[in-house]
Write a protein that binds this ligand. Structure first.
Ligand SMILES: NC(=O)c1ccc[n+]([C@@H]2O[C@H](COP(=O)([O-])OP(=O)(O)OC[C@H]3O[C@@H](n4cnc5c(N)ncnc54)[C@H](OP(=O)(O)O)[C@@H]3O)[C@@H](O)[C@H]2O)c1
Length: 185
C-alpha cells in the first residue's frame, strides 16, 4: 500500500505563511531544494487544496524561466511527472497536465487511492492536509522548520487534531533549516 505523506515548510512556531500571507522566508536554498527533490522523486500523486495548487502550478512552466537554477529544473521535472488531484468547490479548470479536480475530499476514496497506488501520495496545503490528518489517512509527516518566528499566520497543523508521532529521521542544513521526518503511530 502507498503511503500518504503530509509535508510542510513552516516557521519554527508552525506557520506556513505569516500574517500578511507571505512565505518568502520559507524559500529553500539549493541544499534544501535538492534534498526536497530527492524526497519527492518517489511521489506518484500530489493531492492539493486549491490554494496550494495555485502556488505549485508554477512548476508546470518553471523549466521555461530564463536562468533557472539546475535544482529548480530538476524539481520541475519531478513535479511534471506526477499526477495531481486538486480539491476545490470553485475551480473550473486547471492549467497543468495530468491534473483533475475533485469537489469533495472523500476519505474512503483517498483510502482506496492509497491501496491501489504504486507510488506514494502527498497531501497539502494545511487546510486539506489537516482533513487528511484528522481522518487518520496520513502515514508520514515531513516538517521543515525554517529558522524564523513569525508570531501568527496560517498554521501548518489543524486545531483540535491529536496525532502521536514517531521520529524516523532528522537533518540540519547550513541555512538553519531542520527537516524532521515522523511516522504516525
Ligand atoms: N511555506 C511554504 O513554503 C508555502 C508554499 C506554498 C504555499 N504556502 C501557503 O500555504 C497556504 C495554502 O494552504 P491553505 O491551508 O491555505 O489551503 P489549501 O489546503 O492548499 O487549499 C484550501 C482550498 O482547498 C479546497 N478544499 C479544502 N478542503 C476541501 C474539501 N473538503 N472539498 C473540496 N475542496 C476543498 C478549497 O478550495 P475552494 O476555495 O476553491 O473551494 C479551499 O479553499 C497558503 O497560506 C500559502 O500562502 C506556503
Amino acid at each position: 500500500m502507498a503511503k500518504l505523506i503530509y509535508s510542510a515548510i513552516a516557521s519554527l512556531d508552525g506557520y506556513v505563511a505569516d500574517p500578511d500571507g507571505n512565505f518568502d522566508w520559507a524559500a529553500p536554498d539549493d541544499e534544501v531544494h535538492a534534498y526536497v527533490n530527492d524526497l519527492e522523486r518517489s511521489v506518484g500523486t500530489y493531492l492539493y487544496g486549491r490554494r496550494m495548487y495555485e502556488t505549485m502550478v508554477y512548476w508546470e512552466t518553471a523549466h521555461a524561466v530564463a536562468g533557472q537554477h539546475p535544482v529548480a529544473l530538476d524539481f520541475a521535472r519531478v513535479w511534471q511527472a506526477a499526477d495531481k488531484v486538486v480539491y476545490s468547490r470553485t475551480l473550473d479548470a486547471v492549467s497543468s497536465a495530468k491534473t483533475r479536480i475533485e469537489r469533495t475530499f472523500d476519505v474512503d476514496a483517498v483510502q482506496r487511492m492509497k491501496e491501489i497506488a504504486t507510488a506514494d501520495v502527498t497531501v497539502g496545503g494545511p487546510e486539506l492536509g489537516g482533513q487528511a490528518l484528522g481522518a487518520g489517512l496520513v502515514d508520514d509527516v515531513h516538517f521543515f522548520a525554517v529558522p524564523i518566528i513569525v508570531g501568527a499566520g496560517n498554521p501548518a497543523f489543524p486545531a483540535n487534531v491529536r496525532v502521536p508521532l514517531e521520529l524516523v529521521d532528522e537533518r540540519r542544513f547550513k541555512s538553519g533549516f531542520v527537516h524532521l521526518h515522523y511516522r504516525t503511530r
